[in-house]
Design a protein around this ligand. Structure first.
Ligand SMILES: [Fe+2]
Ligand SMILES: [Fe+2]
Length: 281
């Protein structure tokens, strides 16, 4: 695999262009959560390294990928600290680590039916992150966050290609049937509602002193997170993400079914976004 070296460092970000007047509180809260999930990449590197033990090329790619994801966390965390001087990234991240431990990490067993399945799950995640950061890039008026999100979005599209190539490598050996591939992809989409993002939102936005007053509840903080992020998305972000998710499932991006699913998913996102806005007003 070539071309996985991320072409930027934190020094390439134009920090001096920061404009406090363009910071939007909801975006800031979403960025704090995203920074923690990104910065937690080492856990995923450990897990995927066990799943892909013996495949030297893949292990090298996974290492590099993990460093890039960690850098995403650092860039977003630094931006959040500048935008909100009361926010301290490292202690918030420590709280996130303390409270969120994915169950399948400890065993190192492939959680999704083999290496091809694991690659489908990673494709789903990178489809989600590439559309998420494309959405932030297009939505925010704050120049530094726009610059960070543009770089991260480009990385996430590249990560998708890395894992899609990994899927193409393992699928001929493992021959996951269509319904299993679809099941893995949909299962991973559904996991977006689990504790990871909700707890990252909680740990990033609820001060530790208030933890006992405002205990973590998945349903509450999952909603809080979604309320902030759904408005980033435009139809083109969602259509593209749906195409990317369904590629390893075996559905052609330009096919009628994928186009229809793209429109249906966009409708769901829009309706959920509207219902949150209605409740907030
Ligand atoms: Fe990332
Ligand atoms: Fe990524």
């Amino acid at each position: 695999m070539t071309g996985t070296v991320n072409g930027w460092t934190l020094d390439d970000i134009p920090w001096d262009r920061f404009d406090a007047s363009k910071v939007d509180l909801q975006t800031l809260e979403a960025v704090k959560a995203a920074a923690m999930v990104e910065y937690n990449a080492a856990d995923y590197v450990g897990y995927l390294s066990k799943v892909f033990a013996g495949d030297g090329d893949m292990l090298a790619d996974i290492e590099r990928w993990g460093r890039e994801e960690t850098q995403h966390g650092l860039a977003l965390g630094r931006w959040a600290e500048i935008a909100d001087p009361s926010f301290k990234f490292e202690p918030a991240f420590a709280r996130f680590r303390e409270g969120y431990k994915p169950p399948h990490f400890a065993s190192g067993e492939a959680a999704r039916g083999g290496r091809a399945g694991e690659m489908i799950a990673r494709c789903v995640v990178e489809s989600g992150t590439s559309s998420f950061y494309s959405g932030i890039r297009d939505e925010t008026g704050e120049p530094v966050l726009k610059a960070i999100a543009a770089r991260i979005a480009a990385d996430e599209f590249r990560h998708y290609r890395l894992f899609y190539e990994g899927f193409l490598k393992y699928q001929p050996r493992e021959r996951l049937p269509f319904w299993r591939r679809l099941g893995v992809a949909l299962g991973r989409v559904a996991e977006a509602e689990d504790d990871e993002l909700a707890y990252a939102f909680y740990a990033g936005n609820v001060p530790e002193a208030e933890f006992s007053l405002r205990p973590y509840r998945r349903a509450v903080y999952s909603k809080e997170y979604n309320r902030r992020v759904l408005r980033f998305y435009r139809p083109q972000h969602i259509r593209k993400a749906v195409q990317m998710i369904l590629m390893p499932v075996g559905l052609k991006p330009q096919g009628a079914l994928v186009r229809w699913l793209g429109e249906a998913f966009w409708w769901v996102i829009r309706m959920r976004g509207k219902s949150y806005e209605a409740k907030a007003s």
